[in-house]
Design a protein around this ligand. Structure first.
Ligand SMILES: Cc1cc2nc3c(=O)[nH]c(=O)nc-3n(C[C@H](O)[C@H](O)[C@H](O)COP(=O)(O)OP(=O)(O)OC[C@H]3O[C@@H](n4cnc5c(N)ncnc54)[C@H](O)[C@@H]3O)c2cc1C
Length: 284
């Protein structure tokens, strides 16, 4: 099998440099990407962590900075689907993390073809890059604000449900919330928590995630995650003028983040991707 590692690395570096040059602002760190501000925040909304993503989208829609927002709503059971929200109620109904890979890019294409001009999209790092590629091809004045979620990996819904049933004897379809924190996966039923180690769920992860080297959604306008913040707060990394505009005048309670914790996980994910790619090129 030909080893295309070097060719791939060169293409990837040029591609990423162009995205950085076209959209981002600030100083660059290898594990965090380009950023101009970073803090921990809590909004008045009870979201997955600090409710920051939901608060940003509601403000953006109410102030006319946005005309539509692509979010991910829980479907039947433990499933998820991308939808377009145009008001606070629809955004709120989609709050909370669904630890699944969801295709949000199709909705972005639809909104662009409908002529929407002020779109926000919430997505995991893999989809952030796809959204940027689309944005680079736009020839009109369509503005896209990308909110990237930190992501170590996503799960296959059926496999996850099976694994959780086998380990915890609970039906994930009935969980009102799921949360990954400090290497623990928790599902909540009537406020009661059932949890196991994240490591025990390895068989249920999306296999492509093992090749992804981006933990903090480095090419988004604003990245949001829980790592680096205390329980109930979100880590916010601001990376562009579009990100600053959406954040302006929002009355969040702000604190400093634990940057080392974020860097440690980002490095870990990058090393894992390196090993996975090396194994592809040198199969035993
Ligand atoms: C698959 C996945 C893995 C993650 N892993 C980590 C991690 O390892 N470490 C970490 O710190 N953070 C991780 N996060 C991010 C974290 O769980 C929170 O989403 C983030 O902190 C925002 O919290 P919030 O309270 O501001 O969000 P909220 O205000 O509750 O809003 C969450 C937003 O995310 C959208 N959303 C939910 N699920 C998805 C999805 N699958 N795809 C796209 N959009 C979605 C919702 O529609 C909503 O708009 C992950 C998120 C996902 C989707």
């Amino acid at each position: 099998m030909p080893d295309n590692t070097e060719k791939y690395k060169t293409y990837k570096a040029q591609d990423e440099a162009k995205i950085e040059q076209d959209f981002l602002k600030g100083t660059k760190e290898e594990d965090l990407g380009i950023y101009c501000n970073m803090f921990s925040a809590k909004s008045s909304i009870e979201g997955q962590d600090g409710g920051v993503v939901t608060a940003l989208l509601i403000k953006g829609l109410e102030e006319g900075i946005l005309d539509s927002a692509i979010v991910v709503r829980r479907g039947e059971g433990y499933s998820a689907e991308a939808i377009v929200a145009t008001n606070a109620g629809e955004v709120s109904a989609a709050k909370g993390t669904k630890y699944l890979r969801v295709n949000v890019i199709q909705k972005l294409r639809e909104l662009i073809s409908q002529g929407k001009k002020r779109i926000a999209i919430v997505c995991t790092p893999c989809e952030v890059k796809a959204a940027r590629k689309i944005q680079q091809t736009l020839k009109n004045d369509c503005g896209i604000t990308i909110i990237g979620l930190f992501c170590f990996e996503a799960y296959d819904s059926d496999k996850l449900k099976k694994e959780i049933k086998a380990r915890l004897n609970v039906d994930l379809d009935k969980a009102e919330k799921t949360q990954i924190r400090h290497r623990k996966f928790s599902a909540f039923f009537d406020g009661q928590e059932s949890s196991c180690k994240v490591k025990d769920l390895d068989n249920a992860t999306e296999k492509a995630c093992g090749y992804c080297d981006d933990f903090t959604a480095k090419f988004a306008d604003i990245s949001v995650g829980s790592v680096g913040s205390k329980k109930g707060c979100s880590t916010v990394i601001v990376r562009s003028k579009a990100g600053e505009k959406l954040l302006k005048n929002l009355g969040f309670i702000k604190e400093a983040v634990d940057k080392e914790e974020i860097v440690r996980l980002a490095k870990f994910k990058r090393e894992r991707a390196k090993k996975s790619l090396a194994a592809l090129n040198n199969p035993k």
